[in-house]
Design a protein around this ligand. Structure first.
Ligand code: PLP
Length: 694
């Protein structure tokens, strides 16, 4: 099961970046190269993009790197390499465009990886090779209209050395750079302070005091965070000068050498420690299913701790519809964190909650009027059930204390929610004495993709005729039953059911926690039936997969019924309306509207239909169905989860099957070729019989 350890680029590279263009980065990089080689490491200094040179082999930074080690015995690796070079002395995006080239972060990352692997192969005897990568200019220097150096640094996930020139403004620039690096989840391995620029002339006493204060201040600030600071002297760049510089950067070089010698990808160790102390969803603590350690994420990709990058097919359980680390969501998170991460909702309110509620009501079916924020889907369902009960009490219907729900449903794992889950797959037998006894009706059996059969309402009609007087509400997932079987049923069922509920005096609750925010092809599944429920729950994709947040929304009529005669609604979680979660949710809803989710979900639907069609009719396959951004291969027998999971990870995709379901619900931003990879992986698994029981 465990993957063999192997070296990964993130553990064998260092990114040197500056606070600006003219801070002496190449001299600092060259000094580091010398110091690291002196420490016995096989290191090469690499300039991924060089601008402003005619001949990269003889001019530019590579020449400077070579000089720094010219008097040393030649190491196993050539001292320097340049991957792309352009003549215009300008930012890479401009210099490349001038020569008709287009730089992308993905392309540069690939070039760096290929270069490093070539070094490793050519110098296998020298042991692990590392590369010192020097960026062009500062962090926000662009490669193209959308991507900059910081994006490349994040994609590489290597430790960072920051070079700053001592002078006026040095503190400001160094701090801003350090903050930006940390905000991307990168580690600063050291700061190199270069001597002031010649333009300063011979500094007078006042200036010298400022420079000394800068140095003192940066040391004090960084060394408390464990970041070494090296201060370089002004030297002539000859052999003796390079030696003095190498000595001066030694504190930083030592920190780097330690990082390069102890790879961080402790995937196996992490999983071992996990096994001792953690518990994962729906698993045994003592005989758990295997887990994989995840390290980073971006767009529609997950990066495992051992460096493998997987195409995500799950959106982290319906949530990450915009993909991972979306800059807009992270910006909203940081901005709100800077203002007010949390405050109690009792007696206080705030703009993120108000604006989120307003926007949600604009998006939801007409007639819903009040938003009760909850911390998770299960809590939102508890709140919905309590609302229905308090409403019936409020209007004097005190005998209405039960809920009616179709079999095959899933509404969460807390007690009340569990009581309305499918009684078999929801394991009611385990909790029989504790769970309230609810009423169950037949699963809506009329398929989504077939003409509506009115007989599919017979059982609900009968159950309501028998028990209608004791039913507070009917609760169900509209159109798509999710975790209870990924079943897609006909929207006309909901229209008929709404009518039956009205006649019986029962409220109608839609649980749109999975279906909400576009996943099924409409913003909410309720729209397909043209039905406004009395109460609606949403969650999961509400924050775009960044934080936990859900909401229970009801009509004014329900709110009035509950609050009649001075009554209040009895619920109030500690983290209710958490401003961070609300701010991110608001940003996520704005993104949905701006980024044309509809077209994207339609593209997913087409790709899934085409990609999964070949699975139909293969041995052990019961059904293949697709709706919106959900693709399902239903098997005849429960699948061997661990075996399938390992197969998928080997194939570079993240797909987590359960029970008799292999299903895909990728982020809306998934490119067509990645969608094809997901479908192909499922197809290959089924063709090779990986889904068949042992
Ligand atoms: C996931 C889910 C829930 C529970 O939400 P949590 O946030 O996991 O508590 C409830 N209902 C439906 C339909 C769901 O898919």
């Amino acid at each position: 099961m465990s993957h063999p350890s192997r070296q990964i680029l993130a553990d064998a590279s260092v990114f040197v970046s500056g606070t600006g263009t003219d801070v002496g980065k190449s001299v600092a990089t060259a000094a580091l190269l010398r110091a690291l080689r002196q420490a016995g490491l096989a290191v090469q200094a690499v300039k991924p993009v060089q601008t402003g040179v005619e001949d990269a082999a003889r001019e530019g930074d590579a020449a400077c790197y070579a000089q720094a080690v010219a008097d040393m015995p030649p190491g196993p690796l050539p001292p320097a390499a340049t991957l792309h070079s352009f003549r215009l002395p300008a930012s890479p995006h401009l210099a490349a465009a001038r020569e008709g080239a287009q730089l992308t972060v993905a392309g540069l990352r690939q070039d760096i990886e290929t270069h490093w692997r070539t070094l490793m192969a050519a110098h296998a005897g020298a042991g692990p090779c590392a590369v010192l990568l020097e960026g062009a200019g500062g962090l926000r220097v662009p490669f193209n209209e959308r991507e900059d150096t910081l994006d490349l640094m994040a994609a590489l996930a290597a430790p960072v050395v920051i070079v700053a020139r001592n002078g006026l403004g040095a503190l400001n620039l160094a701090q801003l750079t350090l903050d930006a690096v940390r905000d991307r989840g990168l580690v600063t391995a050291g700061l190199i302070l270069m001597p002031p620029s010649d333009a300063l002339g011979t500094p007078d006493e006042a200036t010298r005091a400022i420079l000394a204060d800068n140095e003192h201040w940066l040391r004090a600030r960084l060394e408390t965070e464990g970041i070494p600071v090296a201060v370089l002297p002004w030297v002539r760049l000859n052999a003796a000068g390079w030696e003095r510089l190498a000595q001066a950067v030694r504190p930083v070089a030592q920190a780097l050498a330690a990082l390069l010698r102890t790879p961080s990808h402790t995937a196996e160790a992490l999983v071992r420690r996990d096994k001792k102390v953690l518990w994962h969803p729906y698993t045994s603590a003592t005989h758990p299913l295997p887990v994989f350690a995840a390290r980073r994420s971006h767009h529609n990709r997950l990066v495992l701790a051992d460096g493998r990058e997987l195409v995500d097919g799950m959106s982290s359980w319906w949530a990450a519809v915009h993909g991972y680390n979306h800059p807009r969501l992270l910006a909203a998170l940081r901005a709100q964190a800077g203002r007010m991460p949390h405050v109690m909702f009792g007696g206080l309110t705030h703009a993120p909650a108000v604006e989120l509620a307003e926007r949600l009501l604009d998006m939801l079916p007409q007639g819903l009027a009040r938003v009760f924020p909850a911390d998770s889907g299960s809590v939102a369902v508890e709140v919905a059930l309590k609302m229905a009960l308090q409403y019936q009490q409020g209007i004097g219907q005190t005998r209405r204390t039960r809920f009616l729900t179709p079999r095959g449903g899933y509404h969460g794992d807390t007690t009340g929610a569990m009581s309305v889950c499918d009684p078999v797959t929801g394991m009611h037998s385990l909790f029989a004495r504790m769970l309230p006894q609810q009423l169950f009706m037949e699963r809506p059996r009329c398929r989504f993709d077939q003409p509506f059969d009115p007989a599919s309402l017979d059982d609900s009609r009968q159950k309501l005729a028998e028990h209608g007087h004791e039913v507070a509400a009917v609760i169900l997932e509209p159109v798509v039953q999710g975790a209870g079987g990924m079943w897609f049923y006909h929207p006309d069922y909901l229209r008929g059911l709404a009518q039956l509920c009205r006649e019986a005096g029962a409220l109608l609750i839609f649980d749109e926690i999975a279906t909400g925010f576009g996943r099924t092809g409409t913003l909410f599944a309720a729209e397909r039936a043209g039905v406004t429920p009395d109460i609606l729950c949403c969650g999961k994709a509400l924050t775009g997969g960044v934080l936990t947040l859900a909401a229970t929304v009801c009509t004014e009529q329900v709110a009035d019924g509950i609050c009649r005669d001075g009554n209040v609604f009895m619920h109030g979680p500690t983290y209710m309306g958490n401003p961070l979660a609300c701010a991110v949710a608001l940003a996520s809803l704005r993104l949905l509207e701006e980024e044309d989710w509809q077209t994207r979900v339609q593209m997913l639907e087409r790709g899934l239909r085409q990609g999964l069609a070949p699975c139909a009719g293969l041995p052990g396959v019961a059904d293949v169905r697709v709706l919106g951004g959900i693709g399902v291969v239903e098997t005849t027998e429960p699948v061997p989860v661990a075996r399938l999971q390992a197969f998928f990870v080997e194939r570079g995709v993240w797909i987590r099957p359960f029970a008799r379901l292999i299903y895909l619900m990728p982020p809306y931003v998934t490119p067509p070729e990645d969608l094809a990879r997901l479908c192909d992986a499922v197809g290959d698994a089924v063709r090779q019989g990986v889904h068949l029981p042992n």
